[in-house]
Design a protein around this ligand. Structure first.
Ligand SMILES: Nc1ncnc2c1ncn2[C@@H]1O[C@H](COP(=O)(O)OP(=O)(O)OP(=O)(O)O)[C@@H](O)[C@H]1O
Length: 777
């Protein structure tokens, strides 16, 4: 078997009638060559010392036909190559010993054809038999002459490089230790004939070049390679094996000095010696297990054969020798080399490869198949036509649109039919969110000056400039000008900015006289005897929403020029200037509350009375029916029990009527009282606003909140003269409404206020129509 763990060697003797039986003998197993020689067998040696050598090889080919040589040495190698192993056959020996005859054979004689044409025939025969594999056969053929490589098939039109014989080839090593000859043409051979054509083409080129360069063909190394690419037909994958059979015809191994005399021959001999010497060194190194450096690169031959001698490559050598006594020294030399070759270890291994293109092709086929499956499933499940292709720009844009609509709450569903779309939806979500984050950031940047919390200097500077800051030191005004923030935004937040409202006395000319209002409210309270359940909640809420828990920072009380935040000021206003109306408001509220309790109790009592009335009436009816059934005629006689029932019913009805009336009264009182509470709240807010604006806003460039304060000598347009009147113009009305919107959170309260406003506006307009002309005032 070729799978032994070392290089194998067969010795082939060139047939000769002058075989030296005296000097050469074989053992009966045909594996041991014994050489017996006297030192005087060669002319230049004088003494008569007897020398004996014994060479044990893998086989002796003596008078062996080409047929026998192929069967003995090469047949297994060919089959082994088709299995996926690399194989190399080297023909080594002195010139004329039969290397070319063994490797190529006598091309003119079919019977004498050599190993190459036989291997070609064997390969194609075997490929035909291996129906379970798709096998591709390729051929390359090159020659190394004087340390230069020549492509012997470069002249063929299909050679990619369109190179000539002179085109130089280079050796490239792969990461896996493989060797590739760059520039070498590799030719597809679909059958034995095509492969043989390649062989003859190479032989012809070799002969022409030999003639042109005046070189001796025996001075070059020739490497004919059969490349096998094999892929299983049964396994559906991209795995394939790539193996090769190298058939190497080495140059003559004879030593320099024995051959020619002229320069060219000397040069050739030198190169040959060099390459074969290095081949020998390489072989010695390969055989030595302790050596990790193998001098492959020293010559083209060993470099080109780096992955073809030993290692994973099954290597066999035919040592071609003469049997004549005259060539005994060279024969011994060749056999010595053969023994060194036999010490080279071999670990044959198949290297499986994956064809990336084939892999892509396989996967594409698989995808197409799966798509078909999906379509079939969809058809069976009665689903509409669904595309599984990558999403187009338009489809992505549509998903983006849907995602935006979803985020805006304008749609509750996003149309998704397959996994690809789900992924796209998530992608779009991420995109939109990133965009939004960016927008928010930009928005903050354009609207606010963001300060570092720890930067106390900057915060102090802003406070001095009268700019409101929150507890974290963030500037709270918008970029279009500093103004106090609305209570809504500031509710529940402590403030460091702002002075105490007590620093300035309210001197609002538009502030209505307290007494008048108090009187009205008080009389309302005095009148109120009735209450009602609903509506109380909103009143409660109003108060809390406008009060907040804002506190004053004592440190800043000494800075009256800075307006306090409205919630803070409002809290103080309620304790001081607005204390009376605030007290009335609270009085009304607690009155409202107690009336609601009365309504609750009354309603309960009324229901209970009604129940008792019904029961009494039923008992009385029963009593009367009894009396009729007894068939009484004439005067009606009422017994004690019936009399009591009648009296009871009369009293109950009286109680019921009384309670019912009172309930109705209390309910209307509640209704009225509720309106009072709202009015008080509104008044409180309005008076606060007047006071606040007058106290703090005059020096701040007149924004929306100075609606009721005309500035003496100002250049305001005439219509602003109307601001003398409370709620005087459309403009001021709007401002008031905005103020209300900020102060009042409850929606019900808002609609109430709006309705009230409309009525009041109409009244003011009517009043203005009846007033004398402004000029006359
Ligand atoms: N086994 C053989 N049977 C018949 N003829 C042979 C045999 N071996 C060699 N010859 C003949 O001997 C001659 C020289 O052989 P061949 O050319 O094969 O030698 P070689 O070793 O290749 O020499 P070189 O190193 O010059 O290439 C050829 O004419 C060839 O036909």
């Amino acid at each position: 078997s070729t799978n032994k763990k070392r290089v194998k060697v067969f010795v082939r003797f060139r047939p000769t009638p002058n075989f030296s039986h005296d000097n050469i003998s074989f053992d009966k197993d045909g594996k041991v060559i014994s050489i017996h020689a006297r030192k005087n067998v060669t002319a230049d040696v004088v003494n008569n010392q007897m020398l004996n050598w014994s060479f044990k090889v893998d086989g002796i080919l003596h008078n062996a036909s080409q047929d026998q040589v192929y069967d003995t040495v090469v047949s297994d190698m060919t089959l082994n190559t088709l299995e996926g192993f690399n194989n190399t056959l080297l023909a080594y020996g002195q010139t004329g010993a039969g290397k070319t005859f063994s490797i190529t054979g006598a091309t003119e004689n079919y019977k004498h054809r050599g190993i190459i044409p036989r291997a070609i025939a064997h390969v194609f025969r075997s490929v035909e038999e291996r129906t379970d594999h798709a096998v591709q056969i390729q051929i390359s053929y090159f020659e190394i002459y004087n340390e230069t490589m020549f492509d012997l098939l470069a002249t063929l039109p299909e050679s990619e490089s369109a190179a000539t014989y002179d085109n130089k080839l280079t050796i490239v090593e792969g990461d896996d230790g493989s060797v590739c000859i760059k520039g070498l043409s590799v030719h597809q051979a679909n059958n034995e004939g095509e492969a043989l054509n390649l062989l003859f083409e190479g032989e012809t080129n070799r002969a022409i070049a030999s003639h042109a360069l005046n070189k001796n063909s025996s001075r070059s190394h020739c490497i004919f390679t059969i490349h096998v690419k094999s892929k299983s037909r049964t396994e559906s994958n991209a795995k394939y094996i790539h193996s090769k059979l190298n058939l190497v015809d080495l140059a003559g191994s004879e030593r320099i000095g024995k051959t020619g005399s002229d320069g060219l021959i000397k040069k050739e001999a030198m190169y040959i010696n060099k390459s074969l010497t290095f081949l020998e060194q390489t072989v010695i190194a390969l055989a030595d297990k302790g050596r990790d450096h193998i001098p492959f690169r020293q010559t083209k031959l060993t470099h080109a054969l780096k992955d073809s001698i030993g290692g994973k490559c099954c290597t066999t050598m035919i040592a071609n020798v003469y049997g004549e006594a005259a060539q005994l020294e060279e024969t011994v030399s060749t056999l010595r080399f053969a023994l060194r070759m036999m010490r080279i270890p071999v670990q044959p291994a198949i290297t499986e490869q994956y064809d990336p293109w084939l892999l892509v092709h396989e996967l594409e086929k698989e995808i197409a198949h799966l798509k078909q499956e999906l379509e079939m499933n969809n058809t069976l499940a009665n689903r509409a036509q669904i595309s599984y292709d990558a999403l187009s720009e338009n489809q992505l844009a549509d998903i983006n649109k849907q995602v935006r609509l979803y985020l805006q709450g304008k749609t509750t569903e996003i149309d998704v039919r397959n996994l690809r779309q789900i992924n796209a939806v998530f992608d779009q979500f991420r995109g939109v969110i990133t965009e939004m984050e960016q927008d928010i950031k930009e928005g903050f940047k354009s609207k606010f000056v963001l300060l570092d919390k720890s930067d106390s200097d900057a915060i102090l500077a802003l406070q001095k400039a009268g700019l409101p800051l929150d507890e974290d030191g963030n500037y709270l005004g918008s970029s279009d000008g500093p103004h106090p923030t609305s209570p809504k935004r500031r509710s529940g937040k402590k403030s460091r900015a702002g002075g105490s409202p007590t620093q300035r006395a309210p001197t609002s000319p538009s502030l209505p006289a307290h007494g008048e209002h108090t009187k009205g409210i008080k009389s309302g309270v005095a009148q109120s005897q009735v209450a009602q359940t609903d509506g109380a909640e909103s009143t409660k809420k109003d108060e809390s929403s406008i009060s907040g828990d804002a506190l004053l920072d004592e440190k800043n009380q000494s800075r009256p020029s800075t307006p306090p935040p409205r919630p803070v000021a409002f809290e103080n206003f309620k304790k001081e200037q607005g204390a009376e109306i605030h007290r009335i408001l609270n009085e009304n509220k607690s009155h409202l509350q107690s009336k609601k309790q009365i309504v609750h109790n009354l309603a309960h009592a009324v229901n209970a009375t009604k129940h008792m009335i019904d029961g009494t009436r039923l008992a009385l009816e029963r009593k009367q029916n009894e009396r009729y059934e007894q068939g009484e005629r004439g005067d009606t006689v009422i017994d004690e029990e019936e009399f009591q029932l009648i009296t009871q019913l009369k009293n109950l009805k009286q109680t019921y009527r009384h309670d019912y009336d009172e309930l109705r009264n209390v309910k209307s009182e509640i209704e009225y009282c509720q309106k009072l509470v709202k009015q008080c709240t509104q008044r409180l807010v309005m008076e606060f606003d007047n006071w606040y604006n007058e106290s703090y806003m005059q020096g701040h460039g007149g924004n929306t909140l100075n609606w009721s304060i005309p500035k003496p000598g100002s250049q305001h347009p005439p219509r602003l003269q109307l601001t003398n009147l409370p709620l005087g113009s459309e403009d001021e009305q709007d401002k008031f409404q905005r103020l209300q919107e900020r102060m009042v959170e409850d929606q019900e309260e808002m609609s109430f206020q709006n309705a009230r406003m409309r009525v009041q506006r109409r009244k003011v307009n009517e009043h203005a129509m009846n007033q004398p002309q402004p000029g006359r005032r």
